[in-house]
Structures are given as C-alpha cells and as structure tokens.
Design a protein around this ligand. Structure first.
Ligand code: SAH
Ligand code: SF4
Ligand code: F3S
Length: 450
C-alpha cells in the first residue's frame, strides 16, 4: 500500500434493496485494496459514494437532497484546502447517467451497478484528468470476476448476490432497465465466496437476486443448477447453519424448490413472495403473468410441505386503472393468505416504464387512503404472527448489539427480530430463546436455561 493513498477516507450511503447493500460492501472492499478506509463522518471523507435506488420517485429524489448537503460539505473542505470526490453509484446512476451531473454539478463520477470493479481506476482517471466521468455501460466482462477477492465480515449474517438483473418487465418496474438482463453466477464461484465468508465467521447466508428463484448457474460439468441445487450444494459447507433467499417470483416457485423447504434443514422457513395485487385485471396490466388464484395455489403447495412457513410479500396500491373492486380483491387475497411480514407502496410512475404512460392514473389521495387500509390489515397480521411465537422456544442467531447497547439482537428462523439481555460473547451463536413478549416489529425473551 503506498503512503499516498494510505490515509484516504471513504463515506458510503446505501439506498434501496439488499443487493445495493451487498454492492456497497464489495465497493468498500475494492477501495480498501486501494488504501481507502471507511468513515461514518461525511466531513472527513476524501471520497463520498451514494449507492442509489430508482424504484420509486421518493427514493430517487432523496439522492438530490443529499447531494445538496454534500456540496456544502465539499465547499467547506475546499476552504480548508482538502479535496472531496463525489460519486453517484447504483440504479439512479444507471437510469439517469450524465443527467445527474447536469442537475448536481458537485458530482464527479457516475457509475452504474455493472461497473463497480472499475471504481478504483475511474477515481484515478478523474483525479488525473479532472474530467467528469459517466460509466454506465453493461460491459461484457463480468464484474464479479474482477471484484476484490477478500471479503470483509461484519456479522454472523451476510448477503451473497447469486443472480442479477431481470427479464420479466413488470410494467411498473425499472429494474430490467437499471440492472439489465438476468445473469446467474456459477456454482463454483458462489461456493468459493460462501466458504470464504463462513471461514470468517458467517453462520447465515441470504442468497440475493432480483429474481432469485429463476437462478440457473453453471455447474463444473457444463450443466446448470437450479436454486434448490445451489442451496443443497451450499448446505454442505460445515459451519454454515442457515440459508435464506430473496426475492422470488411466484412463477418460478418450482417443485424442487418447494421440496427443499421440507428436506433441507438449513433452509429457513421464510419466503418473501411478492404478489403486488389481488386483482387479475391489474395483475395482467402489470404483466405479472400469474393470477391471484395461481398465487394462492403456490402458497398452498408450500404450506403443505412446511405448514409453519412465514410468508412475506410486496404490494402496490393505486396502479393505473385500479378500481375500488380491484383494491377489495387485494384485501381479500391478503386475508386469504395471512402474511407474517410485508412491504407495501403507493404506485409511483417511473420514467420509461409502460405503466407511467397508461391512462387512468389513480389520484394521490385515493392511493394514500387505500395504502392506509391495506397497511392496517397487514400490520395486524404481522402482530398476530408474532403473538403466536410467544410461549414458544425458538433458536435465535445473535447478530449484533442493539443501539442502546443493552440487548443482544438476533433473528428467529422466521426472520423475526428477537432481543434478549446477554453477553457479547454470544454474538455469532445460535441459542434457544424462550419468547415472552412481542411488539409490532420484534420479540423479546430470555435465553433458555439462563
Ligand atoms: N424483484 C422483486 C422486487 C423488485 S422491487 C420482485 O420481483 O418482486 C421491490 C418492490 O418495489 C416490488 O416488489 C414492488 O412492490 C415495488 N415497486 C417496484 N416498482 C414500483 C413502482 N413503480 N411503484 C411502487 N412500488 C414499486
Ligand atoms: Fe421488477 Fe417484475 Fe423484475 Fe421484480 S419481476 S424486478 S417487479 S420487473
Ligand atoms: Fe432500487 Fe435498484 Fe434495488 S432500483 S430496489 S436499488 S435493484
């Protein structure tokens, strides 16, 4: 490491999905290999990276308000004789490209999700030439092969991106445009990364992909593995205790994946399966390629093999043309399933997606009112699910201390947050916890036998 770069500091802020969290970690590792250390204080950063999300208008606009504040920090540092490089990465970078530095001239570098391995080189180029750089190509060479091999481990749980991109083109969604075509990493590559993580203390892996259950990665013999094949491969790694995956599409819940929930003890009883709407008319307009009934059949199949599974979903209210009857169909579907967790949103028109140009956009006030009704129901379901755990003893993998430092925080197999009083020496261990209480978002209890 040269003394020139040894004391450079990078501040990173991550928006959006878990894939961005994974990408930020990988960027941090690539930069660490180049002499950067991370800081949580933006004022002391030589390099600021915003890893952005374009999924809804609010998420994208937040980036510009942050850039305003960062400009003030940069100006103050400049007065003190210090340089600051400002980078916008992620899905806003991919979607808006050069438009970002036009709107926010403080931005030095715009880099899309497929080019992170080039980040150290691009930063050097920027420093050497003083020119603004926009790098949003989908290069042929593959980013995973070029990212720094040394993974840093912060907790007993880690994300592992196994697949990127999406070819499904739901009419509301920007992901196929910001992340490109579907691509699955090879089993050998993933096994290597998983083993390295487990070797450094990771006990739970969450396999990530925008369409994770469409995974079809190459095996050494040239054939392809499905997601269940990859899971059984990774389950053989000693020391790895838990496997999860997200996000799945209802159309790709194959029999072998459902069977894995019955057969693979390391696969946790939790499934995030976005449905978006309960109205067939709206599902068709969304190009989801499944009906409400087909979704309910998938739920039935998975509950037949794993009755205790915690189901989670994403919902959109106020998609163009959604009537009160369509919305009632959504409420009916939610009542029929009973979700343990959920994420629900008002439809947000995204530039370049087909739904943004559809007639019958739903007024904001109607969207807000429907979202409130839906969230009331979903929150109630979540509370009921959590209440059912009270009185049971469940294994909890402890991940971190709570911010107030008093509690240890971990997850149940059903992904519920569990807080107990305990010693930090228990971090990274899975212990039985007697669950005694529940709040809206978490459970509390005591370690069994203590
Ligand atoms: N790949 C996943 C998730 C994609 S984005 C999937 O296929 O389900 C995460 C969630 O954001 C989506 O499930 C959807 O509920 C929501 N979302 C996507 N585009 C949106 C939009 N234009 N307006 C509101 N919510 C949106
Ligand atoms: Fe977006 Fe649909 Fe692809 Fe999910 S399946 S990422 S919602 S286009
Ligand atoms: Fe957002 Fe991109 Fe993820 S748009 S949800 S950060 S794939």
């Amino acid at each position: 490491m040269s003394s020139y770069t040894a004391d450079k500091k990078v501040f990173m802020k991550t928006f959006g999905c878990q894939m961005n969290v994974y990408d930020s970690e990988r960027m941090g590792e690539a930069l660490a290999a180049d002499g950067y250390v991370e800081t949580s204080e933006v004022e002391e950063a030589d390099l600021v990276i915003l890893n952005t999300c374009h999924i809804r208008e609010k998420a994208a606009e937040k980036v510009y308000s942050d850039l305003g504040r960062i400009r003030d920090v940069r100006d103050a540092r400049r007065r003190a004789g210090k340089d600051t490089l400002v980078t916008v990465a992620g899905c806003v970078a991919q979607a808006e490209g050069a438009e970002i530095s036009r709107r926010a001239p403080v931005v030095d570098l715009v880099v899309g999700p497929q080019s992170y391995h080039r980040l150290p080189d691009l930063l050097k180029k920027r420093s050497a030439t003083g020119e603004r750089i926009v790098e949003t190509a989908f290069p042929e060479e593959e980013k995973f092969a070029h990212l720094a091999p040394a993974r840093q481990v912060r907790s007993a749980t880690a994300f592992l991106t196994i697949q990127e991109g999406c070819d499904k083109f739901c009419t509301f969604c920007v992901v196929p445009y910001t992340r490109g075509m579907e691509y699955s990493r090879s089993v050998a590559d993933l096994e290597k990364e998983a083993r390295a993580l487990v070797g450094k203390g990771v006990r739970e892996l969450t396999l990530l992909g925008q369409n994770v259950n469409a995974y079809h990665g190459a095996l050494r013999d040239g054939s392809e593995a499905t997601l269940s094949g990859l899971i059984s491969h990774l389950a053989r790694i000693d020391g790895l205790e838990r496997i999860r995956y997200t996000t799945s599409h209802p159309r790709n819940m194959s029999d072998d994946l459902i069977a894995a929930h019955a057969e693979e003890p390391k696969l946790m009883p939790y499934l995030h399966l976005p449905v978006q709407s309960g109205s067939d008319r709206i599902l068709a307009a969304m190009n989801r390629k499944h009906t409400a009934e087909e979704y309910l059949r998938v739920v039935e199949r998975i509950r037949a093999v794993r009755p205790d599974i915690a189901l989670s979903t994403d919902m959109i209210v106020g998609f163009p043309g959604e009537t009160e009857a369509d919305f009632e169909a959504t409420m009916d579907l939610v009542k029929a399933v009973g979700f343990a967790q959920s994420f629900s949103f008002k439809y947000s028109p995204r530039p370049g997606t087909p739904a943004a140009n559809m007639d019958d956009q739903v007024p904001e006030a109607v969207k807000s009112e429907r979202l409130a009704r839906l969230q009331y129901l979903l929150t109630d379901q979540q509370e009921r699910f959590n209440a059912l755990t009270v009185g049971r003893t469940v294994p909890v993998l402890f991940e971190r201390r709570a911010r107030n430092n008093r509690y240890l925080v971990g997850r149940s197999p059903y992904l519920q947050l569990v807080q107990v009083e305990g010693d930090s020496a228990l971090l990274g261990r899975t212990l039985p916890v007697d669950i005694q209480g529940h709040g809206p978002g978490s459970l509390s209890g005591v370690i069994a036998g203590h």
